[in-house]
Each structure stands twice: as structure tokens, then as C-alpha cells.
Design a binder for this molecule. Structure first.
Ligand SMILES: O=P(O)(O)OC[C@H]1O[C@](O)(CO)[C@@H](O)[C@@H]1O
Length: 514
């Protein structure tokens, strides 16, 4: 790759301390000409002006308005953004000033965020990246795993009485979040505390959670709008309530995103990092996601960015049908962790093994805030980190492995907001280029339904247990259900003290009794 090509491939936004270098993607100069760029630019405008761009759910797609309420298509929608923003800032200020306190009159010292998917990943990323000096130590329940919940409760320990909980669910009906909330309630009650007096809801108006919050005397409820998707909700009340409570400058966070939005909505391919990122993904995977995206931030505080992008990209782009109903099985698989840590893990395969990916490096130019010691005569730890990034990038390219490098000066609310906005925009553009709805998630419903079927069967199996040991086959014959499904119910009951297992040599020879 020549110096000239590097200069032609890089886009720099000095006002954001940002650059993106696609030179190592080897994109032919005329590649963009073969893409439906006009459709993508027109599509983004339709999204931002409030068309129903999530047709399957009949919803607008409004996350771009969250950082610039002036863009909202009506005064009412604008007020739905600015009102809660002012309220949440006032609320956070009162909590941090000790004006809103725990039931025992003490200042809150901890925060427990209860949510899953888009209702957890954004707050987790923001806290990890920016929350080092948070006045509220923050914990998460992001699953229905009781052992995980126990571990977190043990970590909070006697601090539970000074812990403010946020229950976050757009739909207000997500089973994992409901379960985790009830587990939290039980933990507060075991500590002699009233759950409602320590808890805030963030949910859609009129949802089950909204009703529950009123019935249980929650401290407050912050609304979430149906035109914001879970995976793009970090700049709504979902991400901003916890961030404000953590003392993070949410105005800067929103401004970074607004600035990136402004720079990536221009109809000029040469200047638009969002459409160029989408085009790079398109080229890498032949418009069909044939290559996975490995995300490698060389900065510990961005370790969750790969996980965050995994939901943003895969839940948005992983679709069976296109907008015309054709079966397309679109998507881009995303995984990653951080550099240079991963150099001592899977980078070996990236360099030498199966060639099914491209890398997105995230470079943070400043090593640390402050002076560094020399770890060798001439070098600091930051020199090494930079050396490993540049070295890995080059070594991969020498073995024909492509990469994008995105650089920011440092991890700040502003740069994180800009990074998130860049990827949100690239996802929108990519979806427009390949003609899919990026804003629904029908596939998730199949798993939820199957889980419901399992629970129904679990009840039936539990009731059919008797003092006489029976095999899965016998119980399945009585119930008229699938033997393997019945067997898994029996195994689960036995592992959780609700059935007695007489182990045989094979699952068919196992038998179960009450
Ligand atoms: O905020 P909710 O409604 O609890 O949903 C949580 C997550 O579940 C999903 O709807 C998928 O089931 C995600 O899109 C979403 O982020």
C-alpha cells in the first residue's frame, strides 16, 4: 500500500480528533460506483425525517434525533426528547447532591442496572469506558442466571441499602429483566429494605414495568419511546440516566454523536466516513457478509465496544428476508475483545488460519493522561501498545488479511458518542445498500417462544413425577411429548433438587422419581 493510496483512503475529522483509514481494505477505486449510493443517501434522509422505516413494526427510527432534538419531525417528538433529558439531569443532580436519598436517609453509593441486550450493553460500555471516577459504583444484572445474580449481590454486600436500582426495559415485558428485578426485590427485602424506595424504572409508557413501578412506589420512571430501538438506545433515557448518575458529561456524549451525524449525513462519498465504512463492509463480504468483522480496540476501557457492536451489527443486519420478501440471509458476524491482549490468543489464527474475516482496529492515540515511566531505555508502555497495533495490522496485511483502522485522540464522552454514532450510521447505510430492515428482530421471538414451550412442558413433567422411578421414555409416552424434550426437563429438575435421578449408563437408562 503506497503513501499516496493511504492519503487517498483516509478521512479525517479534526474537530472530533477522528480518522478512518480504509487503505488496507484494497477497495477498488470504482467500487462505490457499483453501489446504490443515491438510495442509501435518500434512505438516511427518510429515516431522519420520520418516515416509517421499520415497516414490519410500523415504527419510525428516531435514534438520530436523540442527540439533536431539532431534527425530530414534530414539536411533540422534540418535547419527548428534551423533556426527559432535562428531568433526568435534574434527577441525577439531586441524587448526587444527596437530596434524593436511600430509605435509611443515607446518600446512594451504588447503582444496580437491571436490563438485558440493548437495555444493558450501552450502559455497560459507557460505564466501562468512562465511569472510572463515578461517584456511584455500578453493578449489573443482565441475565436470569441466579448464580450470576448471587455473585453480584455478594459483591454489593451490605451496600445494598445504599444502592439505587434502575430497571431498564423498553417493552417492560422481557422475562430475564422481570426475573432479575424480582431477584433484586427479594435481595433488598432480605436486607430489610423497601425495593420501591430504592428503584427507578426506564420503560415505555403504559408497559407492564410502568404499571409495576407505580404499584410498587418506585422513586421515578423515565420514559422510553417506541421509535428508539433497544440496540440504539444508549443516547435515550436508557443510557443517559445511568451515565448522568455516574457523573459522565452526557452533553458532550450527545454532542460527539451529533457532530458525527452531521459529518456522516453528507451526500459526498469521499467525505462521509459512515458510507465509506458501510462500503468497506460491503466490499469485504461481497455484500453478503461473507467475512466476519473482528473488532480490536487497543485500549482496555473500550473492551466492551466489540460486544456492543456485536448486538448493534448482528441484530440489525442478521436478517432472513430483504424488504421485498426475498430470502437473503444477510448479516455480518462480529466478535473481538481488545489488543494487544488478543495477540496472545486468537491473532495466531487471524494471521495464519482460516481466511474468513477482516479486522477493525480502534486506535486511541494518547496512551494515558499524564506522564509515563520508561519500561525500557527509550520506550513507554504506550509505545509498545502502538507498536503492537501497527505491527499486527501490517503482519495481517502481509498475509492478505484486510483491516480498517479507526483512530481517536482519547476516550472521552465526546469521542465515545462519535464512535457509536459512526457505527449506527454505517449500519443504516449498509442496510439500505442491501435492502433490509435493520430495525426489527423477528428471529429473537422464535427463541422466546421455544423457551415458553419448555416451561409449559417443565410443569407437566414435574407433575408427572411419582415415587416410582420412571424413564424419560415412560413419562414422554404418558404425556405424548418428545422424549428428548422430556429428558431435558427431568435433568433440569434433578439438578435443581426437584427430582431424584437414578443414573444409568445412557440417558435412556436414567430414571427419575420425586
Ligand atoms: O428493553 P427490552 O424491551 O427489555 O428488550 C431488551 C432486548 O431484547 C431484544 O428486544 C431482543 O429480544 C433486544 O432488541 C432488546 O435490546
Amino acid at each position: 500500500m503506497s503513501w499516496t493510496e493511504y492519503n487517498q483512503s483516509i478521512i479525517r475529522y479534526p474537530e472530533l480528533g477522528f480518522s478512518i483509514d480504509t487503505s488496507l481494505m484494497d477497495i477498488p477505486a470504482d467500487y462505490a460506483a457499483g453501489l446504490e449510493l443515491d438510495k442509501a443517501f435518500a434512505g438516511i434522509k427518510a429515516i431522519e425525517k420520520g418516515d416509517i422505516c421499520n415497516p414490519d413494526e410500523g415504527r419510525m427510527v428516531g435514534h438520530y434525533w436523540l442527540r439533536n432534538a431539532e431534527l425530530a419531525p414534530t414539536a411533540e417528538l422534540k418535547a419527548d426528547i428534551t423533556g426527559p433529558l432535562a428531568d433526568l439531569k435534574a434527577f441525577a443532580a439531586k441524587v448526587l447532591a444527596g437530596e434524593i436519598v436511600a430509605e435509611n436517609g443515607e446518600k446512594f453509593e451504588n447503582l444496580l442496572v437491571i436490563g438485558i441486550g440493548g437495555s444493558a450493553l450501552g450502559p455497560q460500555l459507557v460505564y466501562d469506558a468512562l465511569g472510572a471516577k463515578s461517584p456511584l459504583k455500578t453493578f449489573f444484572f443482565d441475565n436470569t442466571d441466579p448464580a450470576g445474580i448471587d455473585t453480584t449481590v455478594a459483591k454489593i454486600g451490605c451496600g445494598l441499602s445504599k444502592t439505587l436500582s434502575l430497571v431498564v426495559s423498553k417493552s417492560g415485558g422481557t422475562a430475564e429483566t422481570r426475573n432479575a428485578m424480582l431477584e433484586a426485590k427479594a435481595a433488598y427485602e432480605a436486607a430489610g429494605c423497601d425495593f420501591g424506595k430504592h428503584t427507578v424504572a426506564i420503560t415505555g409508557i403504559g408497559s407492564k414495568l410502568d404499571d409495576y413501578s407505580k404499584a410498587n412506589g418506585f422513586i421515578a420512571m423515565f420514559p422510553m419511546d417506541d421509535w428508539v430501538g433497544g440496540r440504539t438506545s444508549v443516547m435515550s433515557t436508557v443510557g443517559l440516566v445511568p451515565a448522568a448518575l455516574q457523573g459522565i458529561d452526557i452533553d458532550e456524549f450527545l454532542q460527539g454523536a451529533a457532530d458525527m451525524d452531521a459529518l456522516t449525513r453528507v451526500d459526498d462519498f469521499a467525505k462521509n466516513a459512515g458510507i465509506q465504512l458501510a462500503a468497506a463492509w460491503h466490499h469485504a463480504g461481497n455484500g453478503k457478509g461473507e467475512k466476519d468483522m473482528v473488532v480490536l480496540p487497543y485500549k482496555d476501557s473500550l473492551v466492551l465496544f466489540s460486544k456492543y457492536l456485536q448486538q448493534l451489527v448482528m441484530e440489525s443486519l442478521g436478517k432472513e428476508l430483504d424488504l421485498d420478501g426475498n430470502v437473503v440471509h444477510q448479516g455480518i458476524a462480529v466478535y473481538g475483545n481488545k489488543g494487544s491482549t488478543d495477540q496472545h490468543a486468537y491473532v495466531q489464527q487471524l494471521r495464519d488460519g482460516v481466511h474468513n474475516f477482516f479486522v477493525t482496529f480502534i486506535e486511541v492515540r494518547e496512551g494515558r493522561d499524564g506522564q509515563s515511566i520508561k519500561v525500557e531505555d527509550d520506550f513507554t508502555s504506550a509505545d509498545y501498545l502502538q507498536g503492537f497495533l501497527r505491527g499486527t495490522r501490517k503482519a495481517l496485511y502481509q498475509s492478505d488479511r484486510k483491516s480498517i483502522t479507526i483512530s481517536i485522540d482519547k476516550v472521552t464522552p465526546r469521542s465515545l458518542g462519535a464512535l457509536i454514532a459512526l457505527f449506527e450510521r454505517a449500519v443504516s447505510y449498509y442496510a439500505l445498500l442491501v435492502n433490509i430492515n435493520a430495525y426489527h428482530q423477528p428471529g429473537v421471538e422464535a427463541g422466546k417462544k421455544a423457551a415458553g414451550d419448555f416451561l409449559t412442558l417443565l410443569n407437566k413433567v414435574r407433575e408427572s413425577l411419582s415415587a416410582d422411578a420412571q424413564s424419560a421414555e415412560q413419562i414422554a409416552a404418558t404425556l405424548g411429548d418428545d422424549i428428548e424434550d422430556v429428558y431435558h426437563c427431568l435433568s433440569h429438575l434433578a439438578a435443581n433438587g426437584q427430582a431424584k435421578l437414578n443414573a444409568g449408563a445412557t440417558p435412556a437408562e436414567d430414571s427419575f422419581a420425586v
